[in-house]
Design a protein around this ligand. Structure first.
Ligand code: SF4
Length: 251
């Protein structure tokens, strides 16, 4: 009998759309709610809304389930998708901010690993290092945002630094993602790249552009290339990777 519930925004099967895992099949668990208010946020995460379960991948046909959900309900959805469409590489846990529900994840993730045989890919805002510490041993990949104050609305450098340091100390596969867009400037990209170079020099630096309402990055191709060229002078392994799921118009 599970003890915890969590507001879940979406459960679906798709492909990894961000970072070096791009293109791999993933199950997605999107929790609802976030403690931040990024200007570019495109993620529907109202905890009061029902969970949307996409039974047929890519169909857009959604079954709505009342929130909050308990572990058994969530696990049943994940089991159904992996059973009908086997071969996912990871469960991608994203949000919102999934670490607001660390207690729930501490119950769910061992079952995902043991019973479904899936690795866990955590997509994380980079701002809750104490909660990350609680679940990190259950994670195989931690994608950690490095958010500029111009987009995030506050300076989160200290907590992001602690999150990166924790990932390095534990030895989990780390994907640091420097978020940038039209509202940010290159000095913030530079600070992010230098932070990764100083704390996790073996990790690639992912430059992830903000996408506009039409699904394309809000900077032009030449502007993106200029950012990549300048950032590559600061670190030997910088990769500019847009959000591929948006380019494909899938979840
Ligand atoms: S951390 Fe993510 S979910 Fe939260 S406001 Fe920022 S972009 Fe949105």
């Amino acid at each position: 009998m599970s003890r915890h519930t969590a507001p879940i925004s979406e459960v679906f099967s798709s492909l990894a759309g961000e970072g070096p895992q791009v293109g791999r099949r993933q199950l997605f668990l999107r929790t609802a709610g976030c403690h931040l208010d990024c200007s570019y946020c495109d993620t529907f995460t109202d905890p009061a809304e029902p969970c949307r379960f996409e039974r047929l991948p890519g169909s857009g046909r959604l079954v709505e389930v009342a929130n909050p959900l308990d572990l058994e309900a969530v696990f049943a959805m994940l089991t159904e998708l992996e059973g009908v469409y086997p071969g996912h590489v990871h469960l991608a846990v994203t949000g919102g901010e999934p670490l607001l529900h660390a207690e729930f994840l501490l119950e769910l993730l061992p079952r995902v690993k043991d019973e479904l045989g899936l690795a866990v890919h955590l997509e994380y805002s980079g701002t809750l290092p104490e909660e990350l510490r609680r679940v990190i041993d259950l994670c195989d990949v931690v994608a950690c945002d490095i958010k500029p104050a111009s987009l995030c609305g506050r300076d989160v450098t200290g907590v992001t630094r602690r999150s990166l340091e924790l990932c390095v100390a534990v030895g989990v596969e780390l994907v640091p993602k420097v978020i940038f867009g039209r509202e940010s400037d290159f000095a913030e990209v530079e600070a992010g790249v230098r932070m990764v170079a100083g704390i996790a020099p073996d990790a690639p630096v992912i430059l992830q552009p903000v996408h506009g309402p039409g699904g394309l990055p809000d900077l032009s191709g030449p502007e993106l290339l200029e950012t990549l060229i300048r950032a590559s002078r600061l670190h030997p392994d910088v990769r500019l990777i847009p959000q591929v799921h948006k380019l494909l118009a899938v979840r």
